[in-house]
Design a protein around this ligand. Sequence first.
Ligand code: GDP
Length: 329
Amino acid sequence: MKTALITGITGQDGSYLTELLISKGYLVHGIVRRSSTTARARLDHLFHREDIYNKQLFLHYADLADTTTIRRIMLKCVPDEVYHLAGQSHVGASFEIPETTCEFTAMGTLRLLEIIRDLERKPKFLHISSSEIFGRPDQAPQNEQTPMRPVTPYGIAKAFATQMVTLYRESFGLFACNAICYNHESPLRGESFVTRKITRAAAAISRGLQDSVSLGSLDGRRDWGYAAEYVEVMWRMLQHEQADDFVVATGSDFSVKDFLSASFRTVGLDWKNHVTQDPRYMRPSEGTRLVGDPGKAERVLGWKAKTTLPKLAELMVQADLEKLDRVAV
Ligand code: GDP
């Protein structure tokens, strides 16, 4: 039986990964921030399973800045694999709180690498990197060789963390990998990301609960995949014989307008009648044409994204409709 330790276990990816690893028979340990009580809802169904909670799934409380506690947890759990998913992951928010973003996203990763470097039995390490490291790239699609040109505090912090992971692999021999993930969404996506904001609004508008939704720029293009599929490739990366970095993407990009159109079509509405724009949601700078080339992940790991637009928007709107209907009952 393998043991995994997950940072950011209460997040979207953390909850999908936990389900995947539990289904594979892993013992799963998760690190939870004391403050993240509300976010734990994503794992609620597992907490209530007597055969799982505190038998196959264990939670430990620590802040990523709390090196001593993290080291103690690592020594206690003796993980075979560490999945580092935690960090302030909202690009827009990173302009408001750049120091916190760098503290958790950049330094938090370095601290974990330093702890692992000192361990006698070193676990394999997976870091979720981000397409934001490419910022405004010269080429589209981007691959593992594309130079990093981040243009947001989050992207800059992620570029630091990504390069540290590569350095620790090459210089200290750690089995450390970067999953360079493009945007990945699901019904569990945080409500302030544009996709979920749109699917919740489409559901609520169709039920007559609100009239419109206020957004920022509609021109940004993203390579949107389905989070439940992305955790599979994270696991495969650590089962591969060699540690390496992989772009994780669908290979197709769509605009915010495309996402709006697919979401509102699901409920039989025209998005143009329900969207207003608000400068509050505009960003000081943005990445452009972020679309990934997932060719290496397919060749080496046999992984390919299956769900993209419009299916992705449809399944998210359906889930939000079901949620509203459950509350209404
Ligand atoms: P990320 O920035 O790529 O991590 O993902 P987001 O979902 O936060 O944003 C994706 C795109 O949607 C970006 O180009 C945003 O500028 C754009 N966008 C437009 N309106 C909104 C909004 O109200 N909230 C967010 N989060 N993004 C918006």
